[in-house]
Design a protein. Structure first.
Lengths: 286, 292
């Protein structure tokens, strides 16, 4: 019996350790980024531009870049994902529905860096020639690629929530002479809106958290973007680009401010998505 | 005659499906055509003979071999750290925790799963510098730091997989051993874990895929463009995803670019193989469960 208790204790300590490590990431960033906050630089962080040579470490362009790229990618990906989920879960035309479902699952296995790599050689020249503006590395380019990256996330959550509609409801539509599309418009869509919101929210989190695509195809300029054809830099890309020669510099410390913003944002996203998801009484969405 | 709204839904849905299939076909097709053309033994092993390289007899500096070895050792080390902690935490979550504790723990693991990988990289880098300044001069970003950071990145997946695998063991199987007098631990060891083994293995293979493809974590924690095969875990190393990123930004001639395409093709093949293995293993599990 003592062995039983010992094992339970070990398992508890391991699980609690993982929980503390999660909180620890934030606390560690907070501790290291503290000089930026206490040194009276907090206001500068969001108002001044990024110009390390002048001692200015503002990250407003990166916040703007992150928000623009993720929202734009969502604008592209949401209709696409909705259409694909309807195709898989509602129309499901024989072999084609199966092929699309497998393709979407397969897409979750494609490395992000590969999307970026292909984007540089296919999409960037295309955008450059199409709009005849700049180098082709732009917020728009990154948003297109990111849309392809986050589509599987949404399609899988959407089609799962469509399928969760009780069969008796769908039978009722059938009994009234309705076809699958009518069932979708009048029954499935109103029933599964929470799943749609949860999918959207998680997709925003995914888009905000991605580093490689924006790093590779968004151009990474530090100016405040004025149009979607401008080059831009995201918070994640900004962290990735800094090669810190001096760990104690204010320049490096400001990265932890970026880190904290991203951490808090994604934590909020997850909490929201969980709230929406668990209200339906289902298990984990992972 | 259907009313227009329904027709619009059908046309729209078909258009989306074809668009997505088209995008994937273009991306993967382009890579296979461009990469397939350049991929050969010389691209992987450079001037050395493949057998010497396999036996680690001589250092291979040209070619993709060091990057492949780097990625494989990285995956192995990260999984080595992540699996014991992840499985133990998952068992606790599924079999021991109740009520509030369970809710709080699983919220934290969901947050951990959502932390952008670049932040895990920044964390690993800061820890390495912190240790360098306060403990030992010999510690700097290296293979070990990268592996630990990656292990942290995939930890929530392994925890979640373990938990779901254990919780989906059917009640009839779950209650048999306790009814015969087995303790909770005996039940976990002899019934629940073996019963959910394929599902667990599938999840771990998926986690391996994530370790192999991640770039953001390793670019801050010790990967470099040229290092040869690492001699110890405290060395710098090369890795396929970083090589692809590096080439895309820094290539100077057609030969280097060809290396980038070759690396991208190898990486996507590795990831898709892991993905398919995970899929097959999990399907076998579903099959077993329906038989019980």
């Amino acid at each position: 019996m003592r062995k039983e208790i010992l094992v339970e204790k070990i398992l508890f300590v391991t699980a609690a350790g993982s929980v503390f490590a999660t909180a620890g990431v934030f606390l560690f960033m907070f501790y290291l980024g503290l000089p930026v906050i206490t040194g009276g630089h907090l206001g500068d962080l969001f108002t001044s531009p990024w110009a390390p040579e002048q001692g200015l470490y503002g990250i407003r362009s990166m916040v703007a870049g992150s928000l623009l790229i993720s929202i734009l990618s969502l604008v592209f990906a949401f209709p696409l994902s909705l259409g694909c989920s309807i195709f898989i879960a509602v129309l499901n035309p024989g072999k084609m529905g199966w092929i699309l479902k497998r393709t979407v699952q397969f897409m979750t296995g494609i490395p992000t860096v590969v999307y970026g790599f292909v984007g540089i050689f296919l999409l960037v020249p295309l955008i450059r020639n199409l709009f005849e503006y700049g180098s082709g590395m732009s917020i728009l380019t990154a948003a297109f690629l990111l849309a392809i990256l986050i589509t599987p996330t949404m399609v899988l959550i959407f089609s799962e929530s469509f399928r969760r509609v009780p069969v008796s409801y769908l039978d009722a539509v059938k009994a009234l002479g309705g076809n699958p599309v009518q069932a979708f418009i009048h029954v499935i869509l109103p029933y599964s809106w929470q799943g749609i919101i949860a999918g959207l929210v998680l997709a925003v989190g995914r888009a905000m958290g991605d580093t490689m695509i924006s790093l590779m195809v968004a151009g990474n300029s530090v100016g405040l973007p004025r149009s979607i054809l401008d080059s831009g830099r995201t918070l994640t890309g900004h962290i990735g680009l800094i090669i810190a020669a001096d760990f104690d510099s204010l320049e490096f410390k400001s990265l932890f401010a970026c880190g904290m913003i991203l951490y808090v944002f994604t934590a909020l996203i997850v909490t929201t998505a969980r709230g929406l998801h668990y209200r339906k009484g289902a298990g984990s969405f992972k | 005659m259907k009313i227009p709204a329904e027709r619009i839904v059908i046309v729209f849905s078909w258009a989306c499906a074809l668009l997505l299939l088209g995008c994937v076909a273009v991306i993967v097709g382009y890579l296979f055509i461009k990469g397939g053309r350049v991929l050969d033994l010389e691209l992987v092993f450079g001037d050395s003979s493949p057998i010497d390289a396999f036996m680690l007899k001589n250092q291979v500096y040209s070619g993709l071999w060091p990057a492949i070895v780097g990625t494989l050792s990285l995956v192995a080390a990260a999984i080595f750290f992540a699996v014991p902690v992840g499985v133990a935490s998952g068992i606790y979550l599924a079999e021991y925790s109740r009520g509030r504790v369970k809710g709080v723990f699983s919220l934290f693991f969901d947050i951990l799963a959502s932390i952008p990988s670049i932040i895990v990289g920044l964390f690993g880098f800061s820890i390495a510098v912190f240790l360098h300044q306060h403990f030992s001069e010999r510690i700097y970003p290296c293979l070990l730091i990268s592996a630990l950071s990656l292990a942290f990145l995939v930890l929530p997946y392994i925890i979640r997989t373990t938990q779901v695998a254990l919780e989906s063991v059917p009640l009839s199987v779950r209650q048999t051993a306790p009814a015969l007098g087995a303790s909770r631990l005996q039940n976990i060891r002899h019934v629940l874990l073996p019963g959910s083994f394929s599902s667990l293995a599938g999840g771990i293979v998926l986690a391996m895929g994530r370790c192999a493809e991640d770039t953001a974590v390793i670019m801050l924690t010790g990967v470099v463009a040229s290092a040869g095969i690492p001699r110890s875990v405290l060395d710098n190393y090369e890795a396929l995803p970083f090589y692809i990123y590096y080439i895309s930004a820094q290539y100077s001639d057609a030969e280097e670019l060809a290396g980038g395409f070759g690396a991208a093709l190898i990486l996507i093949i590795i990831c898709l193989m892991l993905f398919s293995i995970a899929f097959l293993v999990k399907n076998r599990f579903m099959h077993q469960m329906t038989r019980i």
